[in-house]
Design a protein around this ligand. Structure first.
Ligand code: FMN
Length: 203
């Protein structure tokens, strides 16, 4: 039995395509694996704070030396990291914003990439034996040729940062061309939905 961490990061609600696609994956997955557990986290509509001076001071201090205000500074980070530990599969929806990830998602990343919790001082990832599916949504397309690929700072960034904390089994499903007219959008959604259905059988 698996425990899935389902996370959305679009600031949009019912109009969000990434939310619709992660929901579609998790719903289909649960039909095939009815005993699996799901934890849900929404950093799009309920953003976590950016890290601040207290957070940085606390994360680089020994836990037994932490004053109460520094313990508080790490509270949400501890909660988010605990969610990563208890789950063994992650299903994340991440829109492309300005060729990379939305600020809300970057704030989440800054909270979970933490020395001695998710990586060691000599840069070894600690979050191992996990799988992540990242469903991205994009207005344009970045998979056609070398010049469009160069503009994609989202997939390489996500691969690097999750790899850094030890999550190296990464699958991407990109729903592209979502703002390139009804026909292109419909075609792309069908391709993404087909990939979602086939992955629920093989992941
Ligand atoms: C602030 C903002 C920035 C965006 N930047 C890009 C971009 O750099 N490249 C792109 O292809 N699409 C971009 N888009 C389009 C979104 O990726 C697209 O609308 C996607 O569907 C958003 O995900 P969501 O539907 O889950 O909210 C941007 C949209 C917004 C609102």
């Amino acid at each position: 039995m698996s425990h899935i961490l389902h996370l959305d990061s679009s600031p949009r609600g019912s109009r969000s395509t990434s939310r619709a696609l992660t929901k579609e994956f998790v719903t289909s997955w649960l039909q095939r694996h009815p005993g699996d557990r799901v934890t849900y986290r929404d950093v799009g509509q309920y953003p976590v704070s950016p890290i601040d001076e207290a957070w940085i001071a606390a994360s680089f201090s020994k836990s037994e030396d932490l004053a109460p205000n520094l313990i508080d500074a790490l509270r949400i980070s501890d909660e988010l990291i605990d969610e990563l530990w208890v789950a063994d599969r992650y299903v994340f929806g991440v829109p492309m914003y300005n060729f990379s990830v939305p600020a809300n998602f970057k704030a989440y990343i800054d909270q979970i990439v933490r020395v001695n919790r998710t990586f060691t001082q000599d840069w070894r990832g600690l979050v191992t034996n996990k799988k992540i599916l990242i469903i991205t949504t994009r207005g344009g397309s970045y998979s056609n040729d070398a010049s469009s690929k160069q503009l994609d700072f989202q997939e390489p960034y996500l691969r690097t940062v999750f790899g850094f904390i030890g999550v190296t089994d990464i699958t991407f499903i990109h729903a592209e061309n979502l703002t390139m007219g009804d026909e292109a959008r419909a075609r792309s959604l069908t391709t993404a939905q087909t990939a979602i259905q086939s992955l629920t059988a093989t992941w």
